[in-house]
Ligand binder design. Structure first.
Ligand SMILES: [Zn+2]
Length: 107
């Protein structure tokens, strides 16, 4: 993080930073301005802005739904029947598959 960025590229950096993707940057910059009006001794440095944004926690609700939306099922190929099953289902599938396989072998 270089401090030589111009104001515009600094704002662009904030907007494009995945760490701040849950934050409405424009809204926060506005809030910072409002806060600074009430605290005349403080200055809007980049360090100050970054510190401000760092304190904003990911809202639990939207954070969770984002994760669920983004999560694609991880598939595992069954080594017995070669069918692709979701990773979470695989232990159950494998157990059934193994039983089927044993039945066939024993019959
Ligand atoms: Zn299988």
């Amino acid at each position: 993080m270089t401090l030589k960025l111009s104001d515009k590229s600094f704002i662009d950096f904030l907007r494009s930073n995945p760490a701040f993707s849950h934050i409405n940057i424009d809204k926060e910059l506005f809030k910072i301005d409002e806060w600074l009006k009430r605290h005349p001794g403080r200055h809007k440095t980049r360090r100050f802005v970054l510190h401000w944004l760092d304190r904003i926690e990911i809202p639990l609700q939207s954070g969770v739904s984002k994760l669920t939306e983004k999560r694609a099922p991880i598939l595992t190929r069954c080594f017995i029947c070669s069918v692709q099953v979701e990773n979470e289902e695989y232990p159950y599938h494998l157990r059934n598959c193994q039983e089927e396989f044993d039945k066939k072998r024993n019959s």
